[in-house]
Design a protein around this ligand. Structure first.
Ligand code: TTP
Length: 230
């Protein structure tokens, strides 16, 4: 199917109504996905699935996120395979409420993070090929469909400042150019729709705003993003 890039959230209402609706919230590290999702947790019709970062930080007692940042060449295959598994689990949890909102998806893990690790020489070609086989198998055999992607678009410098402020221990060495590369991959995927196909309609929100402004925008856009499900 052909998917539309919406710049006006109200246009989402033009989509045909369905009984269930799956939304993935995407955007660079530190763009505000968790804050955005937090906001929808109080909605009766929405099931929010936050990203399983806690699992990544403790798999069999190992902090795989930390290992990946310390030595990507050695650990990125292990880490990204676990990310892929836990993302798939998020897609698959039985849905009770009409709207399911995911923090990220198997798609951004593949198109942004794995792609970046590979292109920057941090992931050997054989590791990339193995992950790609897994990914293609998932697409062919599992339901990972999305109806809508909410792209929280933020300047890499804004994300960098937020990362420094939140001070997640594993991310202390993340340089600005890492965020710039990830930003470009999100843009290529979701805005220019180059290289990788988008898996659903896309709506873009300005995530450069500060927390108070972003929450105000969410309040305004809430009905529009979930139109038809209230
Ligand atoms: P994000 O998925 O970007 O989550 P976040 O908590 O930074 O989001 P926000 O601030 O917008 O609420 O990343 C979590 C961490 O996991 C981050 O350090 C990047 C890393 N990560 C990867 O390295 N590979 C991946 O495939 C994914 C999905 C995340």
């Amino acid at each position: 199917p052909e998917f539309t890039l919406f710049t006006q959230p109200k246009d989402i209402c033009k989509l045909p109504k369905q009984e269930t609706f799956t939304v993935a919230v995407e955007g660079n590290i530190g763009c505000g996905k968790s804050t955005f999702l937090e906001y929808f947790k109080s909605s009766n019709n929405v099931e929010v699935r936050s990203e399983p970062v806690d699992l990544w930080k403790n798999v069999g007692g190992w902090n795989s996120l930390e290992l990946m940042y310390k030595d990507a060449k050695r650990w990125s295959l292990a880490f990204q395979s676990y990310v892929q598994l836990t993302m798939l689990q998020q897609h698959h949890k039985p849905q009770v409420k009409p709207v399911k909102m995911l923090e990220r998806s198997v798609f951004s893990a593949r198109f942004c993070f794995v792609e970046n690790l590979y292109r920057s020489g941090c992931m050997p070609a054989v590791d990339h090929a193995i992950l790609e086989e897994w990914y293609q198998w998932i697409l062919a055999n599992q339901t990972v469909q999305l109806d809508l992607i909410v792209y929280l678009r933020a300047d890499p410098c804004t994300c960098y400042e937020r990362l420094k402020k939140r001070n997640r221990q594993e991310e202390t060495g993340v340089p600005l150019d890492y965020l710039e590369a990830l930003h470009q991959l999100h843009e290529d995927w979701l805005i220019h729709q180059r290289l990788f196909k988008v898996p659903g309609h896309v709506v873009v929100l300005d995530a450069n705003k500060n927390l108070v402004e972003l929450q105000k925008e969410m309040e305004e856009k809430r009905q529009e993003i979930l139109c038809g499900y209230f």
